[in-house]
Ligand binder design. Structure first.
Ligand code: ADP
Ligand code: MG
Length: 327
């Protein structure tokens, strides 16, 4: 379809972290509240993600692995209102073409689970009955085994795992109502419980960003003109050891945006007369029609329809937080 082609722009599986992102987004779209991630050798040997989402019907297993199978969008209007994370309908098909993939799932009102297997060169197997709890397990082995040229671009296991870890961290910061467990080479590195009350959220932020981070943060909470900003920004007493303690989510998606960096810097200068980039974990909510998320296929960029209004709102909200707590 037109929409499908418009969206298909260029889905790229660059490295294990891109696979992890797509699989986790699918789990979240399936309303999972519990996600377990097993990684081996930086994700090159194995990525296994198990969720307790609503699962996939036996009849839809094969469809899930075919290109443009998405049922998450059917018109350009949907595209504008889009709330689900994935919508291009080609992630699993792309991943299956460059790995050995196993998809096991039990649909929520079916008694049996079913599994299929696919690798780059073969037709998928016929769904076989398996024992599986409600939800889905996706297993991706030997990434790029059949595309040696791309495989050569992969870095060390350690570096690839670093990217995987960072990806999971971002999703864990945006989904407090989901528990996450992460193992690398059978060692548990992350075990995050569902964090509902504010104190639990802060604890999760501490586990992800480090205790020094939460020792020096101010709460941000603002609501104006249909926009809400919440989260945390660090005080000048926090000396950032890592340059990337900066997380900005727009309607639940992680975004890299110059606008926010400018706003943070501006507020810091105005209130504290300091010229620096603090750490932050911030969440902006606004009408989905006010933001274009399809600027870039990886969806890490956005375009605001009224960017100066958004900018003003961000600066004022941050100024208030900084002024209220450190007079
Ligand atoms: P998209 O997410 O864009 O629809 P994908 O290739 O990522 O396309 O996934 C294809 C389809 O497989 C999804 O639309 C969904 O129906 C199904 N699917 C994939 N992963 C899961 C999961 N973890 N739980 C339930 N359904 C899933
Ligand atoms: Mg998807």
């Amino acid at each position: 379809s037109l929409v499908a082609n418009q969206i298909a722009a260029g889905e790229v599986v660059e490295r294990p972290a891109s696979v992890v992102k797509e699989l986790l987004e699918n789990s979240l779209d399936a309303q999972a509240t519990q996600i377990e991630i097993e990684i081996e050798q930086g994700g090159i040997a194995l990525i296994r993600i198990r969720d307790n989402g609503f699962g996939i019907r036996k009849e839809e297993l094969l469809l899930a692995l075919s290109r443009h199978a998405t049922n998450k969008i059917s018109s350009l209007e949907d595209l504008e209102q889009l709330n689900s994370l994935g919508f291009r309908g080609e992630a699993l098909a792309s991943i299956a073409a460059i790995s050995r993939l196993t998809l096991n799932s039990r649909f929520h009102n079916q008694e049996m689970g079913y599994g299929i297997h696919l690798d780059g060169r073969e037709q998928p197997t016929i769904p076989e009955p398996i024992a599986h709890p409600i939800g889905t397990t996706l297993e991706v082995r030997d990434l790029f085994y059949n595309t040696p040229a791309r495989r050569r671009f992969l870095r060390t296991d350690k570096t690839e795992f670093g990217h995987v870890h960072e990806m999971i961290k971002r999703l864990a910061l945006s989904c407090f109502n989901v528990s996450f467990k992460l193992t690398h080479n059978h060692k548990t590195l992350m075990a995050l419980k569902i964090a509902q009350p504010e104190a639990d959220k802060l604890q999760r932020v501490g586990m992800l960003c480090g205790p020094e981070f939460i020792d020096h943060i101010l709460t941000v909470q603002a609501d104006c003109g249909g926009m809400q900003l919440s989260g945390w920004i660090t005080q000048p007493t926090y000396s950032r050891s890592q340059p990337d303690m900066q997380y900005f989510f727009v309607n639940g998606r992680i975004i890299r945006d110059k606008l926010l960096n400018h706003a943070v810097r501006q507020a810091y200068e105005d209130v504290l007369h300091l010229s620096r980039y603090p750490g932050y974990v911030l969440y902006l909510q606004l009408d989905p029609r006010e933001v274009d998320v399809n600027v870039h296929p990886t969806k890490n960029e956005v375009r605001f329809v009224q960017s100066s209004a958004v900018y003003q709102f961000l600066v004022h909200s941050l100024q208030n937080s900084l002024a209220n707590t450190c007079p």
